[in-house]
Ligand binder design. Structure first.
Ligand code: TYD
Length: 219
């Protein structure tokens, strides 16, 4: 049984599934759609996201995402890592202990891809996230930065330096490396919304079956 801080986590119960991708890839919509489909099928699934709404997530949004205050990249990485530890302690681990299928919109691999793209050593980024449990399944929705930026521009204003073409190209490159290293499973995000969501649901259902996760009704 892995131990995390003061909380013991039984990984035989819940499942942690992360959805990753560059800005504008559609991961939030797909993560929410996935939760709704799983719930309709009778699974106990919950959506959560990083950065969180907690103390560190709020600092990240106010001081990094909404304004560019020139905070050093290493400090940014540490704040995301702190937010993740807090997220695990307060939300994710208790849900996993209850046997919930937790769908997390961004997690560890976002730090490796984004903070790595900012020029930090990805091994150091992994090291400061040492206490973050590995996701059981991590899906990566792949779109080109051009498509991602077009989708963002259609919706809200651009945020900070993280959302420029060159940066997103660098982020995508690292995500592709993680796919090659079998850390992430890639889904083509340029296809129609419906086919992307069906593909995600199929991969998740296959994983849940393999892990023997039952629907609440079957318990
Ligand atoms: P995003 O999913 O776009 O949040 P929102 O729901 O507010 O649109 O994530 C916010 C940004 O934070 C995104 O550009 C990626 C960045 N980020 C990192 O740089 N490192 C991380 O560890 C995480 C979780 C996010």
């Amino acid at each position: 049984m892995p131990e995390f801080g003061a909380v013991k986590v039984s990984r035989t119960l819940g499942v942690l599934i992360c959805i990753e991708g560059i800005d504008g890839c559609g991961k939030t919509t797909h993560a929410r759609e996935l939760v709704s489909s799983l719930m309709k099928m009778g699974f106990n699934a919950i959506y959560t996201t990083e950065p969180t709404e907690g103390l560190y997530g709020r600092i990240i949004r106010a001081r990094i995402l909404e304004t560019d205050e020139g905070i050093p990249d290493a400090v940014v990485a540490l704040l995301f890592a702190a937010d993740r530890v807090d997220h695990l302690e307060k939300e994710i681990n208790p849900l996993l202990e209850k046997g919930v299928v937790v769908i997390c919109d961004r997690y560890l691999h976002s730090s490796i891809a984004y903070q790595g793209a900012a020029g930090l050593d990805t091994e150091w980024v992994s090291e400061i996230n040492k206490y973050a449990i590995e996701p059981d399944l991590a899906l990566y929705i792949d779109v080109s930065p051009e498509i991602g930026l077009k989708r963002i521009k259609g919706g809200r204003r651009l945020r900070s330096s993280m959302e420029n073409l060159q940066n997103l190209k660098n982020v995508r490159k690292i995500y592709h490396k993680l796919v090659k290293d079998n850390e992430l499973m890639m889904v083509n995000g340029a296809a129609s919304f419906r086919s992307v969501s069906e593909r995600i649901l199929k991969l998740v259902r296959e994983y849940l079956t393999e892990r023997g996760v039952t629907r609440s009704a079957e318990d």
